[in-house]
Ligand binder design. Sequence first.
Ligand code: FAD
Length: 398
Amino acid sequence: MKLVVVGAGPAGTRCAVGAAQRVPGAEVTLLSAELALPYDRVALSRLLAGEAEVADLITHPIAELATLGINFRAGVAVAGIDRAARTLETAKGERIPYDRLVLATGSTAVRLPLPGATLPGVLAYRDLADVRAMLRLADEGGHAVVIGGGLLGLEAATGLAARGMKVSVVHAMGWPMDRQLDAEAGALLTRRLARRGIRFVMPAATVALEGERHVQGVRLDDGRLLPASLVVLSVGIRPNVALARAAGLAIARGIVVDDAMRSSDAAIHAVGECTEHNGRLIGLVKPALEQAEVAVATLAGAAACWQPLPEQAALKVSGTAVWSAGEISAETAEAIILRDEGAEEYRRLFLRDGRLVGAVLYGDTADAGYYMRLIAEQRPVASRAELVLGSSFMDAAA
Ligand SMILES: Cc1cc2nc3c(=O)[nH]c(=O)nc-3n(C[C@H](O)[C@H](O)[C@H](O)COP(=O)(O)OP(=O)(O)OC[C@H]3O[C@@H](n4cnc5c(N)ncnc54)[C@H](O)[C@@H]3O)c2cc1C
């Protein structure tokens, strides 16, 4: 059985490795548009900040892939799927036959349609090539502007600041990470990152990127011009569905999959950030890997079913612990706020019908796993003390 996986991000690679190990008779080919061995995308921020080298990020050396019998090919972008002939066509015109196909094409960073958005020096933050380009510009010093103060934008900003650039973050809302944090935790985070030299310009909107042969500045809607030899666009991601759409698969925002990760064509599975399951997209690596496991089990003939857990997000900036999970803006939930101003610690817990549905932890995230279990299990909370004390409640009870 010829199994071809398109995309060697975490989901595609996990699928290829799992199929090579557990799907009897599978001849696995793994195709990647990127010119790199499978690597840990989540760790790109460590590379940018100078905390890791490229070699540290490689998750599957070529020898390991060869030992597993996986035919891995880098720099191969798939341009079309002929579903009737069960054949792929690459951008270079090569035809590759398949019996079963897995689409793991991930997401692409949203590029704002701003004047100047295609100038050299304007980058997204998505892959190794983006980070290499950022590092080349960071070597020259000067000013960087990060547009978007979400998780990735802040990781880009702190990484570039650690590389010696003068960094500003332009954010449309009143505080960074507004999807994960409320205003109070957002203000604490702003102060902490400002102490590292990051300047926040918010709420503010960008109207143009200016420069002639290279970006030189970011024009804001109030007329201000922020100097910049590097602009990082970090304003969100979009599932990469062009290939699947052109092939006539069912698409909503992502490639529509059932609980077994099957697309609308029984010969084609989809996993990871390119998928949409029960009307929901994913944007984190853990559910992408779980989906890959489900696809492998389905390909091996087992009755597998993906059951999404509440999502959790953490900021990977050393010395700045921020974590959130579940429903954190739930209007129908009761919010409990605990703060220790001296220690710059803060937590906000969301309860509905006596059960924890979401949590934001700032400063001290040691109890993240404890709260995550409460959210996932949906068991009634024993008492307020259980919530306030977190994991030490269990220690005290033991
Ligand atoms: C800087 C950064 C930090 C992150 N930090 C975290 C974190 O802390 N925690 C977390 O949970 N998640 C984090 N994420 C998100 C995480 O990386 C994604 O959830 C994960 O990579 C999704 O995996 P995927 O395999 O679905 O897609 P992707 O990793 O996007 O991989 C898709 C691959 O498919 C390739 N491809 C696309 N189209 C084609 C084609 N036509 N032909 C061939 N190849 C193709 C792409 O080039 C890409 O290599 C981070 C992301 C970034 C960019």
